[in-house]
Design a protein around this ligand. Sequence first.
Ligand code: SAM
Length: 196
Amino acid sequence: NYRCRSAFKLLEINSKVKMLHPGMKVLDCGAAPGSWSQVAVKLVNSNGDDTKKPKGLVISVDKLPIYPIDGAVALSRCDFTKPIIQEQLVSILKDEKLDVVLSDMAPNATGVKEMDHDLISKLANSVIRFAVTYSKPGADVLIKIWDGRNRPQLEENISQFYSKFKIIKPESSRQNSSEIFLLGRGFKGLKPSSQV
Ligand code: SAM
């Protein structure tokens, strides 16, 4: 039983691109109420349900309360964009790095299309910045945006660090016309000197 219908978007995307596997470490940004995290927990086996497969890790973060999810470490009522929250995420990871960074984060929509697009683009850039700093080479990033004028820049920001870039529009999100998902696959790794 998933907490909301968004689950089907991630399931649909994952069945197309197969990026979540047992043993992986995943960060889920904007996780409340928790259906993407529920999907991720199953796919990476972070609750250890399948004893024959490696156990993964799911870290969920949201500004809003996240009711506990079996198999996920939740930072409830935490703003992902705040440095202090990012420090907490890093301390949960210890010295390990992420395999997949997911973001279904969305600001409170004002209804002004350009403004909402700018707000969600800022969130997307904060996800990219975190992902490239704390991901393993080869890792993937999946970020929801509302489409608009910043899309080419976001594509460039992702393509700079990931070998493959793709835009995905799941069937299950058709009713939300401007919603698209940006996928970066195969994190190239950071050169020691590079600035993000
Ligand atoms: N993927 C979730 C699920 O399947 O249950 C649904 C996510 S909902 C579409 C978007 C979420 O992004 C909201 O819960 C909102 O609180 C969160 N959000 C927006 N800005 C955020 C921020 N700066 N830090 C953390 N979460 C944020």
